[in-house]
Design a protein around this ligand. Structure first.
Ligand SMILES: [Zn+2]
Length: 466
C-alpha cells in the first residue's frame, strides 16, 4: 500500500518535471508536419506575391502602403485576431536618377548606387579627381590639402557587415571634414558581381553634407589601383537624391490571444519595408512572412498557446528601426510582459539556433556578453527546447537579438535573435540581387519548423526565460 503510494507520488513528481522536450514532442510533431504539408509552400507563395506583384518597399512609397494593407489581409486570412495598424513617423527619401562616370583611362559608366539619405549633386553633377584610400586610418594620415575639392573613395575590404558598414554610415562626413566634395565607398557586401549595395548613411551634425554612393567591388578596386599607380582618375557623379522629410509608416499587428496568460506576450517579427532596389525578398520579406507563417502554423495545427502570440511586421527598419522605436515607446508599460520578442532579419539561410538577449545595447554589436547567471539560466531553458528542433538548428546562446526588438529590452522585454546562416546574405542584401529567385523552399521549410516550434514552446511552457 505504502510502497505503491510512494511509487505513485514519484511518478507524479517525475511527470511534473518531465523534460520540456518530452512534454512538447506531440505539439512539435504537429508543427513540423504543418510546415512540411502546407505551411512552407504557403509562405513561399506569399513571398512570391510580395516580391513580384508588390515589389520593393522603401518607406514613403506607395508599394509599402500596398504591402501593409496586403499584410493585414494575410493576417486575417491566417486567423489572427485584433489585426490593426500602429503608425510611426518615418523618413521619406527619394533616389531619383543617378550615375557615376569615369572620365579618364577606360572611360565610361561605373556600377554605382547612391546611399540612403544622401543629398544630391548639382544638376550638372560634380566632376573631380579621385583620392582613393583603403581605410579610415589611411585617410587620417592625408593632409587636408590632398583632399580639398576631391572625390574621396574609401576602398575598404569587407571584414564582416558590422565592421565595414562604418564606411557607409560615416564615410561622407569623414571625407567632408577634410574638404572633399563627394564620397564614394567600395560597396558593403560579401560579393558584388558588378552589383553595388545601398543602405542608410548618416551625416554628422555641423559637417557639410556631401553626396555619397557605393561602387561595385570591381569598380572601386579598379579606381584604387589606378590611383595607387599615381595616375589621375577623374569622375563625374550625378545624383538627384533628396530627403523629402517625414511621412507616416504603419506597423502591421495581429495576434493569437493567450488561452491562460493573455497578458504575457511572445512577439514574432520581421520588417515589411525594404530598400528601393531589388525585391526586398531576403531583407526582409522572408523574415516578415516566416514570422507570420509561424503563428499561422500554430492555428493550422490546432495549437492554442497559453500566452499571447503577437505578430508584428515593422515599418521602416531600414532607416534605424523607426517603426519599432515608436511601437516600443507606445507599449512601454507592457514591455516587462514581453517574455520573448523574436526578430528574423538575416535572410533565408538555414536557422542554426537562437540567441537570447537580456541586455540589449549593453551586449554591443556582434556577440553578446552572456556571462551572467540570468543569461545562463535563459540559455539552459532554451537548450532544453532544442531537441525538438531540426538537428542543425539547436545552437542556443546569449547574444544580440535584432534592431527592432532591441527597443523592448531596456524596458524589461526579452529579445530573441533568429540565427540564420548569413554566409551568403550579404552577397544580395540591399541590392538589385535581393530577389525572390534566391529564396530556397527547402530552407524555408526547415526555418519554419525551427521557428514555429521554438516560438510555440516559449509561448506555452510554464517557465519564462527571465
Ligand atoms: Zn532588414
Amino acid at each position: 500500500m505504502l510502497r505503491s503510494a510512494i511509487a505513485l507520488l514519484l511518478t507524479a513528481g517525475l511527470q511534473a518535471q518531465a523534460p520540456l522536450a518530452d512534454t512538447y514532442r506531440p505539439a512539435a510533431d504537429k508543427l513540423m508536419k504543418q510546415a512540411t504539408d502546407e505551411g512552407a509552400r504557403h509562405a513561399y507563395d506569399a513571398l512570391e506575391y510580395l516580391s513580384d506583384d508588390i515589389g520593393h518597399r522603401i518607406s514613403g512609397s506607395k508599394e509599402l502602403v500596398r504591402a501593409e494593407d496586403w499584410a493585414a489581409e494575410q493576417m486575417k486570412a491566417a486567423g489572427l485576431q485584433n489585426v490593426h495598424f500602429e503608425e510611426a513617423p518615418v523618413p521619406h527619401w527619394v533616389r531619383g536618377a543617378e550615375s557615376c562616370e569615369l572620365l579618364t583611362q577606360q572611360a565610361g559608366p561605373l556600377d554605382m548606387i547612391g546611399l540612403g539619405g544622401s543629398v544630391g549633386t548639382p544638376k550638372e553633377g560634380l566632376t573631380a579627381d579621385v583620392v582613393a584610400v583603403g581605410s579610415f586610418a589611411e585617410f587620417a594620415k592625408l593632409p587636408d590639402s590632398a583632399v580639398k575639392g576631391k572625390i574621396v573613395l574609401f576602398d575598404a575590404p569587407y571584414e564582416g557587415y558590422g565592421r565595414t558598414v562604418m564606411y557607409r554610415y560615416a564615410g561622407a562626413s569623414t571625407a567632408a571634414k577634410k574638404g572633399a566634395i563627394a564620397c564614394l565607398i567600395r560597396t558593403v557586401g560579401s560579393a558584388s558581381l558588378g552589383n553595388p549595395h545601398t543602405g542608410a548613411m548618416a551625416y554628422e551634425a555641423g559637417v557639410p553634407q556631401i553626396p555619397t554612393a557605393a561602387l561595385s567591388i570591381e569598380d572601386a578596386s579598379r579606381l584604387h589601383r589606378l590611383c595607387a599607380k599615381g595616375e589621375t582618375v577623374r569622375v563625374r557623379l550625378k545624383m538627384d537624391a533628396k530627403m523629402l522629410g517625414t511621412t507616416t509608416g504603419r506597423n502591421v499587428i495581429g495576434e493569437i490571444p493567450g488561452s491562460e496568460k493573455p497578458n504575457e506576450i511572445v512577439i514574432l517579427s520581421g520588417h515589411l519595408d525594404s530598400w528601393d532596389v531589388g525585391q526586398g525578398a531576403q531583407d526582409d520579406g522572408i523574415g516578415a512572412l516566416l514570422s507570420l507563417e509561424s503563428a499561422r502554423s500554430m492555428i493550422k495545427a490546432g495549437l492554442h498557446p497559453k500566452r499571447t502570440v503577437r505578430v508584428i511586421l515593422w515599418t521602416c527598419e531600414e532607416w534605424g528601426g523607426f517603426g519599432a522605436k515608436a511601437y516600443a515607446a507606445a507599449h512601454k508599460a507592457e514591455s516587462p510582459n514581453i517574455v520573448a520578442a523574436f526578430e528574423s532579419d538575416s535572410g533565408n539561410g538555414r536557422i542554426q539556433g537562437f540567441s537570447v538577449d537580456l541586455h540589449g545595447e549593453e551586449s554591443g554589436p556582434g556577440e553578446g556578453k552572456g556571462g551572467s547567471d540570468a543569461d545562463r539560466k535563459a540559455v539552459a531553458l532554451m537548450d532544453s527546447i532544442a531537441p525538438l528542433l531540426p538537428e542543425g538548428a539547436r545552437k542556443m546562446r546569449a547574444g544580440e537579438s535584432g534592431e527592432d526588438v532591441g527597443f523592448f529590452i531596456p524596458n524589461g522585454g526579452v529579445g530573441i535573435g533568429v540565427g540564420h546562416d548569413a554566409s551568403r546574405y550579404f552577397d544580395v542584401h540591399h541590392s538589385k540581387a535581393d530577389a525572390f529567385y534566391h529564396i530556397n523552399l527547402d530552407d524555408l521549410r526547415y526555418n519554419l519548423q525551427a521557428y514555429s516550434v521554438m516560438a510555440y514552446v516559449l509561448a506555452d511552457m510554464p517557465e519564462k526565460l527571465k
